[in-house]
Design a protein around this ligand. Structure first.
Ligand SMILES: *Cc1c(COP(=O)(O)O)cnc(C)c1O
Length: 373
């Protein structure tokens, strides 16, 4: 018997026959990349959906983060106040762009930045705040924006988990000076690989576009050090088709999350994030936290579920400040991060994707109950 394997996520795809006409068109035109018509259409659609003035697409979310950090209004390098409870790409991008990560603790309810800790870390060398909407749960964006205004510091969001999230009726990509999306295969909306930056200023938009295209301002002028980070037409086609199907994908995720939530609420020592108020969530992930008061520890549960073919993941363990990366060790500034550390030690992300069969959810719940009740 082939052992069943259920991964933490499974990429959602549009019907294959819908892709073919666009591919025929591309074969005909031979416009494969470099700001083509599909890319432009995808950008305009995202601008409309997110309610932002400008969206620039990228080859992936990491390139989008590099671009955002390279196109800060003042253009200087320095300290970027950030969270260690994130995917390593957030931290890597800070270091690749010649900045220094300043790690501060997170808020235990939003898993985003602790606003007081951010304020305490602001200094003369601070060039940006880079917050992460972990699991698609919004940061306290209003309080962070007040801080950013008070100290005149750009506020950036790594919203790689945020597609489909709304706060007070506005897309999460609306907030901050720049907000970064990832369209990686594992994300809520995927273009196989892809990313984007949403921003409100045409000056920033132009900088981002130039950055993605080697720094070219025109044929004979380089405006700044750039990369090749453009999104190809194929990826843009997939993005446009994914947008047509995103609401049913979000509904599928919601059904899975609801089933977990109903059945997991009374397990001693197992904690779930509170559903935030004024927020339309996207159920990008289904994190649970196995507390010190639980009958079994997180890692034993992790191994146990994996034995049964449920490939649960510890997002995010270890903290990015604890990976032992030489550059992180050499350059970063670390404030105490007890909440982030506890979350990293207790978290387990359960499988969730739009077409996950609810029987699997029920079996995972049974397995968890067997260990924890
Ligand atoms: C996925 C992810 C990224 C990187 O996106 P890619 O498209 O994979 O490069 C950045 N930050 C966070 C928090 C992520 O989860």
């Amino acid at each position: 018997m082939v052992k069943k394997v259920i991964h933490v996520t499974k990429p959602w795809l549009p019907p294959l026959q819908d892709v073919l006409p666009a591919l025929e068109d591309i074969w005909e035109s031979r416009n494969l990349t470099n700001f083509g018509v599909y890319n432009a259409r995808f950008c305009r659609q995202l601008e409309k959906q997110w309610g932002v003035e400008h969206v620039v697409t990228f080859a992936n979310g990491t390139q989008a983060l590099l671009a955002a950090l390279s196109c800060l209004p003042a253009g200087e390098k320095g300290e970027v106040i950030t969270t260690p409870f994130t995917f390593i790409a957030t931290t890597n991008s800070i270091i690749w762009t010649g900045n220094r990560p300043v790690f501060v603790d997170i808020n235990p309810r939003s898993y985003g930045l602790d606003v007081e800790a951010v304020e305490a870390a602001i200094g003369p060398k601070t060039v940006a705040i880079l917050a992460v909407h972990c699991y698609g749960i919004p940061n306290d964006v209003a309080a962070l924006q007040r801080l950013a205004n008070k100290y005149d510091i750009p506020l950036l969001f790594d919203a790689a988990h945020g597609f489909g999230v709304e706060l007070d009726g506005k897309s999460i990509f609306h907030f901050g000076d720049m907000s970064v999306a990832s369209f990686h295969a594992t994300k809520v909306l995927n273009t196989f690989e892809g990313g984007a930056v949403a921003c409100h200023s045409a000056v920033t938009r132009d900088k981002l576009v130039n950055f993605s295209n080697f720094g070219f301002q025109n044929e004979t002028t380089i405006s700044s050090l750039g990369l090749n980070a453009k999104m190809s037409e194929f990826n843009a086609v997939i993005g446009l088709l994914q947008l047509d199907h995103i609401s049913s994908a979000l509904r599928g995720r919601e059904a899975v999350a609801k089933r977990y939530r109903q059945q997991l609420s009374d397990i001693p020592g197992l904690h779930m994030p509170e559903v935030p108020t004024h927020t339309k969530i996207n159920n990008a992930y289904f994190p649970i936290f196995i507390g010190a008061d639980a009958k079994a520890d997180r890692d034993s549960i992790y191994l146990y579920l994996r034995e049964y073919g449920y490939m649960v993941r510890r997002y995010f363990y270890p903290l990015t400040c604890d990976f032992g990366i030489t550059e992180v060790e050499a350059t970063s500034i670390k404030y105490p991060v007890p909440v982030a550390r506890r979350c990293a030690d207790e978290v387990l992300c359960l499988p969730i994707y739009p077409d996950l069969e609810l029987d699997h959810v029920d079996e995972i719940v049974r397995l968890l109950r067997g260990r924890l009740c």
